[in-house]
Write a protein that binds this ligand. Structure first.
Ligand code: SF4
Length: 571
């Protein structure tokens, strides 16, 4: 095996926008609706994701007639259905939610419009694929499905035809089919309906496969677009393998491979790709980079074990105490650190349980959940105990934030769901909790009454932590994690999110300029202002680059607190 193995993951790997939107829509429904949820056919061609959905009470049916409960929710998946079928299911007294991908809808409308002008439709795709079955329904009874140019030769002459592609079709196959169609059609309209995400995925796959010694294609064996990707890779790369899960990788596959390329179908979740990447690194590892691997594993434990978050909260408390002009007390740093540790740990446990891809992993997870919840409870109790020294108001408020934070990941009791559904409620709650524990409570402990400098420090901490939480939401959304509307990014969308974060950058700068202008902590304020450039850099990095995977994202986001604390230390 070569000493150094270069492993590249396709930027386009993972859920396509259509699949991601459909899954998010269904999970959002499951979170907030008490009705039973069905999808018309499996939501996605991926066994592991389907298992996870089942555990959340989202079931797949082959036909609407199988549903016996009145008022149940029936979701039309991203592939879409025929107009006749849609009419039928809407007449059955079910609540129908349409999650058809807008790009599939565009193809349906294209076919409908041309059919209305008297065109026969030629669809280049898989005859039995749900999307193609749905598209055929728009052809007005004059549709033909062909798998490629060879099958077009078998069609009889068509006076006027419109040729379209299944959205995940291989471009070369479609273009070859168009050439054949020109020979059999008197008048031919070419509508290349291959969607943009598919084009990008295929373009990247072609470019990187040519250069690779081994290509690993990750995705369900019943997924048509994964099969197409594998087909392209097999043609171009020295060696290509198609796997569903990381445990299908073998050391022998990496023999002689210096360049490995990992790509995945549109229905493969990012967490599965990350597992494959991890396993590939493990199998391809040479003796030299074992140390590096162990270091990265150690760092992962620091992050997932919530230690990094606890230290970040302590660092923020340090900055706030300095801004307030208060002596730094280890007790306050510990209190804030324990508080953040407790909530982070409990949230991770809940999140990990919900995302466990299969029953076996769920069972393994039970042990982890018990241990981490125990650690979370212990740390939370200690934080509240420490806050008691600051008076009963502080004790009650700390206990309130802690309790709400602990219960937030679970279904809220009746009467409280509205709060749970409130846009950005999660980010606001986290920011308020941290601002209280890192700035307000230490300020009170120091001065007994709230001074102007404490108020500004609380506002400063609130803005920083709100940004932290929103950026986490961005990173989670890109890792196929389940995020609801209470997450700002989900509720506001990318453009408004980044505009808001930029506005917060201006507000943070204004707070520091105000502190400087009032002559309280001019030197510290100037130093912290320079530290805000990291904040700005972080925003630009998230906006312009590919969002990093979770561990890197968390490392980068929380690093801002350590940078500010280091600057405060030298002021
Ligand atoms: S492959 Fe393209 S058309 Fe199909 S669901 Fe994904 S984004 Fe939509």
């Amino acid at each position: 095996m070569p000493e150094r193995v270069q492993i590249t993951v396709a930027e386009s790997a993972g859920f396509c926008p259509g699949v991601k939107t459909a899954i998010d829509k269904v999970l959002e429904l499951a979170k907030h609706s008490k009705k039973r949820i069905y999808t018309l056919g499996p939501l996605i061609h991926n066994k592991q994701v389907i298992e996870t959905l089942k555990e959340q009470n989202i079931h797949s049916v082959n036909s609407a007639e199988e549903i016996k409960e009145r008022g149940a929710i029936l979701v039309i998946r991203a592939h879409g259905i025929t107009p006749e079928e849609e009419k039928k299911i809407r007449s059955l007294g079910l609540e129908v939610v349409d999650a058809t991908c807008p790009l599939v809808k565009h193809a349906q409308e294209n076919i409908r419009a041309h059919a209305a002008e008297g065109c026969a439709t030629i669809i280049v795709g898989d005859r039995d694929h749900a999307e193609v079955v749905g598209l055929m329904g728009y052809a007005g009874g004059h549709g033909h499905v062909v798998s490629g140019p060879e099958e077009i030769k078998k069609l009889r002459h068509l006076k006027k035809a419109n040729i379209v592609a299944q959205t995940t079709q291989e471009n070369e196959v479609f273009l070859a089919a168009v050439e054949e169609a020109r020979k059999i059609a008197g008048e031919l309209t070419v509508s290349n309906t291959i969607c943009n995400p598919t084009r990008q995925r295929q373009k990247e796959t072609v470019e990187l496969s040519r250069d690779a010694d081994l290509v690993i294609v990750v995705g369900g064996r019943n997924s048509a677009n994964t099969a197409r990707l594998f087909h392209i890779c097999k043609r171009l790369a020295k060696k290509a393998v198609h796997i569903e899960k990381e445990d299908e990788l073998k050391k022998s596959m990496f023999r002689g491979a210096a360049k490995v390329f990992i790509t995945a179908g549109a229905s493969t979740p990012t967490w599965m790709i990350e597992k494959v990447l991890e396993k590939a690194h493990e199998l391809a590892a040479s003796r030299e980079n074992r140390l590096l691997e162990q270091l990265s594993l150690g760092w992962k434990l620091v992050i997932t074990g919530s230690l990094y978050t606890a230290l970040a909260a302590a660092a923020l408390t340090y900055v706030c105490l300095k801004l307030e002009g208060a002596p730094v007390s280890g007790k306050f740093l510990l209190m804030a650190g324990l508080f953040a540790f407790s909530l982070h740990m409990a949230n991770r446990a809940a999140e990990k349980g919900a995302a466990a891809p299969d029953k076996a992993r769920k069972l393994l997870f039970v042990k982890y959940a018990v241990q981490s919840r125990f650690a979370a409870l212990l740390a939370g109790a200690l934080a509240i105990f420490l806050s008691a020294a600051l008076g009963w108001q502080v004790l009650l408020t700390a206990a309130f934030f802690w309790l709400v934070g602990m219960l937030y990941p679970y279904k809220l009791p009746i009467g409280f769901e509205k709060f749970g559904n409130f846009p950005a409620s999660k980010d606001l709650l986290i920011a308020l909790g941290w601002a209280f524990m890192c700035a307000y409570a230490p300020g009170l402990g120091h001065g007994g009454a709230l001074s102007n400098s404490t108020q500004l420090a609380v506002f400063f901490a609130f803005l920083l932590v709100f940004t932290r939480s929103v950026l986490f939401g961005v990173s989670h959304a890109h890792s196929d994690m389940i995020t609801g509307k209470e997450n700002f990014y989900k509720a506001a969308g990318p453009t408004l999110t980044y505009l808001t974060l930029f506005f917060i950058f201006l507000l943070l700068s204004a707070v520091l300029l105000a502190i400087k202008g009032m002559g309280w902590q001019p030197e510290l304020a100037s130093l912290l202002l320079t530290g805000l450039f990291y904040y700005l850099g972080l925003l630009l990095f998230f906006y312009f680059s590919r969002i990093p995977e979770r561990i890197t994202a968390e490392t980068l986001i929380d690093a801002q607190f350590f940078i500010l604390a280091a600057l405060a230390y030298y002021s």
